[in-house]
Ligand binder design. Structure first.
Ligand code: UT7
Length: 338
């Protein structure tokens, strides 16, 4: 029997420390006004020292399972997929630890490394596991602690990124027309432009190169202006390709949930797709750019605000380092976010 993958649970978690633009203006050569005007960001959350990505992922995962009415016990899900740029360690992956701490038993658990596109890649992979009949329920998490990789000497990246985690549960269902079913995904990459977003050191390239590494190379770097243009183009192309495949006219999308990197990118993307700006879901003002956690955090905020009614057409799209990008389409299910 054919199976389709439906979203049946949603949860999110932000570390308690809220960092305002005003606070950052006392730490960097910047102003609250520059940050708000150029990015739309007014505040973000940063994890306390000693808190790692798995800690946030466990909280969000717990809440998503609760939202899906699933217990914290072996058999609740068949796989845990965790998208992150900031794993607890270079080795092993963070997902197995999260699965164990959630009490989910000896399930398949693996990380996805697609930077800010990670959640869409993870959703695509989890959905494929279900449609292939390899899993009945999958917990998909996007979790980040960017505050641990930001360069205190780089005012541009330091004011943009925030920490947080969001998660969904996908479940096998028999009919494609049920709300929540992932109707299609589109994924892409361009590795020839990997230098636009990178942490230069910490991997085999640095370790196999003789000489002392530059400590600065351990931080996250981004060429913002070039990334901005690529983000609008690639998310626009990916979303358009997916809409064609799914058979939705662009104007029929009720909610555009784009990667929350910059309010100007979200507006340009809506315009490019021919959608009124109000159809773009926005929470970048409150959480900043949370990379792989961005889309599930935006979904959770919209559900909590009551602005994402069941039955509405939702288009997810993300762009990030790699370069990578992707899109996914679904009709919103009837659920409450935890
Ligand atoms: O998550 C993955 C995808 N990421 C993105 O999509 C991010 C895309 N990029 C962006 O959102 C924007 O490019 C940024 C927000 C990163 C930067 O905004 P921008 O409008 O592209 O600024 P810019 O880099 O062109 O810099 C404009 C000016 C420069 O000064 P000059 O050369 O004009 O004198 C910068 O030095 O703003 C200066 N600047 C700042 N000034 C105050 C850069 N960062 C800051 C800052 N505070 N924090």
């Amino acid at each position: 029997m054919a199976h389709f993958a439906a979203l049946v649970g949603l949860g999110s978690y932000l570390p308690p420390r809220r960092v305002t633009n005003e606070e950052l203006a006392t730490m960097f050569d910047t102003s609250a006004e520059w940050i708000a005007t150029r990015t739309g960001i007014r505040a973000r959350h940063w994890a306390a020292p000693g808190v790692a990505t798995s800690d946030l992922a466990v909280e969000a995962g717990h809440r998503a399972l609760k939202s899906a009415n699933l217990p914290l016990e072996p058999g609740a899900v068949d796989a845990v997929v965790l998208a992150t740029t900031t794993p607890d360690h270079p080795c092993p992956a963070t997902a197995p630890q999260v699965a164990a701490r959630l009490g989910l038993g000896t399930v398949a658990a693996y990380d996805i490394a697609a930077v800010c596109s990670g959640f869409v890649y993870a959703l695509a992979t989890a959905s494929a596991q279900i449609t292939a009949g390899q899993a009945r329920r999958v917990l998909v998490i996007g979790a980040e602690t960017y505050s641990t990789i930001l360069n205190p000497a780089d005012r541009t990246t330091s004011v943009i990124f925030g920490d947080g985690a969001g998660a969904v549960v996908l479940r096998a269902v028999p009919d494609a027309d049920r709300p929540g079913v992932i109707l299609g995904v589109d994924l892409g990459s361009d590795g020839s432009r990997q230098d636009l977003i990178t942490i230069p050191a910490g991997g085999s390239r640095e370790r196999s190169t003789p000489g002392e590494p530059d400590p600065q190379d351990r931080y996250f770097t981004m060429q913002g202006k070039k990334v901005f243009a690529e983000a609008v183009n690639r998310m626009g192309e990916s979303a358009t390709a997916l809409l064609d495949r799914v058979g939705w006219p662009a104007g029929s999308v009720d909610h555009l949930v784009g990667h929350q990197a910059n309010i100007r990118i979200l507006k340009a993307l809506a315009q490019r797709l021919g959608l009124p700006e109000e159809r773009a879901v926005v929470n970048v003002d409150r959480v900043g750019n949370t990379s792989a956690a961005s889309i599930p955090l935006a979904l959770s905020d919209a559900v909590a605000a009551g602005t994402l009614p069941s039955g509405s057409r939702v288009l997810l799209t993300a762009f990030g380092g790699g370069l990578t990008w992707g899109a996914a389409a679904l009709t919103w299910p009837d659920l409450s976010a935890a």
